[in-house]
Design a protein around this ligand. Structure first.
Ligand code: C2E
Ligand code: MG
Ligand code: MG
Length: 575
């Protein structure tokens, strides 16, 4: 091959090589979605690589053309972009800069890199331009979700707690108060169930929109969940009080919310208020306290507005403590029955014994049934506890019957939830059979609260039990709704006059009149009357004189342990 032929082949090979590289660069640029500008310091021309024409409608060939870039990006970004493009100052190896610029709806990330020669003069510069609009929108969306609630546009819980924390910091410095108001729509489920979830959602949005309008410099609102909202108020001038906000809410709620399909609803809300520094020191504790107060408000009825106070918190904490103790106790032997004797007022003979539950936790500390029974009723633990009481009382009775030939009435307290169980009657009779106890010796004590909901069903169950020989006793009479008219509709054998009457029967003439009329009425209906909580001889004498059949109380006998009750039974059989 001659010299010229060799030169030609070499050039061809170099060209092929170059176009292959060029294609490679273009492919890489296309894949990254970006475009690049390359400036060689020794030449005046600028090379553009990648999707330049997709984003910019002018060509860049010289440094002057670059200035067009400052004009096309939105104004606030022009200055940082100029700084980036002009980066040239001398350096050792390389220098780089980056900035984010918006060009109408598109976001670009500009990056520049300058390479210097050994003397520190610029050798070349690359400017990369990347379309990051998609990422930017995604991160903005994510940002939104981390601060706001989608359904109402109010703050979400986390961000609300952060802002409330900032209020608390300010209040700490200025010795001021921060109030958190937790707002819950009363009977929201009725809207949701009755009108449908679309209406439910609309109601939540509309109330949210109203609370949003209340927002101002020191008042923020958040949608906590479902139908629960929270407001936090920092009141540096003591001129925007919780009561005023409450008034504004009440005024709004006096008017209906107009929902789709021509539905309109009038609602009420329950509000719990907890304030820094009284209730708690941190934002999340403050929100928790407001929730506890709200729950308290819910139990006392609708449309309630309740302020935090220490007893509410104590009661709540005790509830939690007892609940966890009960959970542990269900597996152990922490329960025990005591038996309080009842005596006929006439001959002072033993009429019966009331089984009263006792609970000792793992540390042997005793917890009274008045404390734990209501909690067990709420969380459902009363079912296994109540079943245990029924079984244990009947078992004990069976044992005493054989050992002492005892024939008295065993009274067992039964709570509404337990009584309403479908298998209650079957369980009871299975126990009676197991321990060979006659139903005539068993009495079930129930309070009037059992009749509140399903009067007819309860009455039918009572009738069934009574027809099989079980006695029914109405406990704590006088503390509930005490309607005398329903008494004659009920299949009851015994009525227990509450201790609160006995306490004042000697000193208060009104109580005396009521007690006497109860005893008379009970007699005329053919029931038996028992006075509870008889502590004094005088009370006993009076009760006997007015014709009360039976007395029960510390005067004649406190609740007894099994051993103590056996001593009593022995003495009774010896008589
Ligand atoms: P209750 O059924 O009205 O029981 C009478 C309560 O008054 C008992 O309290 C008893 O110890 C107390 N007591 C009796 N005589 C006197 C007295 O002269 N003076 C005073 N100060 N108190 C007297 P206890 O045992 O603390 O029971 C409280 C309540 O707990 C019971 O009231 C009953 O409602 C409930 N309870 C107790 N045991 C059971 C149970 O096994 N099951 C259910 N469901 N409830 C129970
Ligand atoms: Mg009782
Ligand atoms: Mg009672």
């Amino acid at each position: 091959m001659n010299e010229t032929g060799y030169q030609m082949d070499l050039l061809k090979a170099m060209n092929q090589n170059l176009s292959a590289r060029d294609r490679m660069y273009r492919l890489i640029c296309e894949m990254t979605g970006g475009t690049f500008l390359y400036l060689d310091a020794s030449k005046s021309e600028i090379i553009t690589i990648g999707n330049w024409s997709e984003y910019f409608d002018f060509d860049v060939r010289t440094k002057r053309d670059l200035e067009r870039l400052y004009e096309v990006v939105d104004e606030p970004y022009a200055f940082p972009l100029r700084e980036l493009i002009c980066l040239e100052k001398s350096g050792k190896e390389s220098a780089s800069l980056e900035c984010l610029c918006r060009k109408r709806k598109t976001w670009f990330k500009f990056q520049t890199r300058v390479v210097y020669d050994a003397k520190g003069n610029m050798e070349c510069k690359v400017i990369s331009i990347l379309d990051v609009t998609k990422h930017k929108l995604q991160s903005e969306e994510l940002n939104y979700y981390s601060f706001y609630d989608v359904s109402t546009g109010l703050y979400n819980r986390n961000y609300f707690i952060r802002l409330t924390g900032e209020f608390i910091q300010k209040a700490k410095t200025n010795h001021k108060v921060v109030s958190v108001m937790m707002i819950d729509i009363d009977d929201f489920h009725k809207v949701n169930d009755g009108l449908g979830m679309v209406c439910g959602d609309e109601l939540i949005q509309q109330l949210g929109a109203f609370l949003k309008e209340l927002q101002q410099e020191n008042l923020i609102a958040c949608h906590l969940n479902s139908d629960v909202y929270c407001l936090a108020v920092y009141d540096p001038k003591d001129d925007y009080t919780v009561d005023e906000i409450h008034r504004a809410i009440t005024e709004r709620l006096a008017h209906p919310f107009y929902l789709s399909m021509n539905q309109n609803v009038v609602i009420s809300v329950t509000i719990g208020v907890a304030q820094y520094p009284e209730a708690a020191q941190t934002a999340s504790d403050l929100v928790n306290c407001a929730e506890i107060v709200l729950l308290k408000g819910k139990t006392s009825g609708k449309d309630a507005f309740v302020y935090f106070d220490q007893p509410i918190l104590n009661e709540f904490r005790l509830g939690l403590e007892v609940e966890s103790k009960l959970k542990k106790a269900m597996h152990g032997k922490e329960f025990e029955l005591y038996f309080q004797p009842q005596f006929y007022s006439g001959n002072k003979k033993l009429r019966g014994m009331e089984a009263l539950i006792r609970f000792r936790d793992a540390d042997k500390a005793e917890l009274g049934p008045s404390t734990f029974i209501p909690i067990a009723e709420k969380n459902g633990a009363i079912i296994p506890i109540g079943n245990w009481v029924v079984e244990e009382a009947i078992r004990q009775y069976g044992e005493w019957q054989t050992r002492f030939d005892a024939r008295f009435i065993m009274s067992i307290n039964v709570s509404a939830r337990q009584f309403n169980q479908d298998d209650f009657v079957d369980r009871l009779f299975a126990c009676l059979q197991r321990y060979k106890v006659d139903p005539y010796f068993i009495e079930l004590e129930m309070t009037e609260s059992i009749l509140i909901e399903e009067f007819d069903l309860v009455r039918e169950k009572m009738r069934l039990l009574q027809s099989k020989g079980i006695r029914i006793s109405l406990d704590d009479f006088g503390t509930g709704f005490s309607s005398l008219s329903y008494l004659k509709k009920l299949p009851i054998n015994t009525l227990k006059i509450d201790k609160s009457f006995i306490d004042t029967v000697l000193t208060d003439s009104a109580t005396r009149i009521i007690t006497e009329s109860i005893v008379d009425m009970v007699k005329s209906l053919g029931f038996e009357s028992i006075a509870e909580g008889v502590e004094q001889e005088q009370q006993y004498k009076y009760l006997h004189a007015i014709g009360c059949d039976v007395v029960q109380g510390f005067l004649c006998g406190k609740p007894l342990s099994v051993a103590e009750a056996e001593t009593l039974l022995r003495s009774q059989t010896a008589r």
